[in-house]
Design a protein around this ligand. Structure first.
Ligand SMILES: [Zn+2]
Length: 167
């Protein structure tokens, strides 16, 4: 249940639209206005009756990926009108997961990403103590092996050259 809730990519919220031009005060016009922020579902009773004209309140399904404007312009007969928007009941949204249900700062994935970053930084700049032990071990192996290899290579070559000269 909780996982499903955390992964919500869209939620219905109340959106208040201020300064809506008179010609938009019908279901078609308000749907058009509400579609700027998301998918209009229904309007509240006072908006439907037109008995409150200070603002229109519409229930809109908004996507976590969409940016919610605080104002936008609508074209009227004579000039563009700026409609102001207010959101009610907007749940916390994570900019990292692009879902509703938890805040970006409280995101587990963000915390994990931070841990991975720390791990990578540690790998790039290893602890000096660890590096010293590693280097000593490598040098020992190289010192004992290298002379043995070169000696065994030189000897047979000399034998081959001598044999060729004789033959
Ligand atoms: Zn998240």
């Amino acid at each position: 249940m909780r996982l499903t809730k955390d992964k919500a990519t869209k939620v219905p919220i109340w959106v208040k639209f201020f300064n809506v031009p008179f010609e938009y005060w019908d279901s078609d016009g308000l749907s058009h206005i509400a579609s700027v922020v998301g998918i209009p579902l229904f309007m509240d009773q006072l908006t439907e009756k037109g008995s409150r004209v200070s603002f229109a309140r519409v229930c809109v399904e908004v996507e976590a990926t969409s940016t919610l404007p605080l104002m936008f312009k609508v074209s009227c007969e004579e000039e563009d009108v700026v409609v102001k928007v207010e959101y009610q009941g907007l749940p916390p949204k994570c900019e990292h997961c692009m879902v509703f249900g938890h805040d970006t700062t409280k995101c587990v994935k963000t915390e994990v990403a931070a841990l991975i970053k720390i791990q990578k930084e540690t790998e790039n700049n290893p602890d000096p103590g660890w590096e010293t032990i590693k280097a000593k071990g490598k040098r020992k192996v190289g010192d004992s092996n290298m002379p043995t290899v070169s000696e065994s290579h030189v000897e047979p070559e000399e034998d081959v050259l001598q044999n060729l000269e004789v033959g």
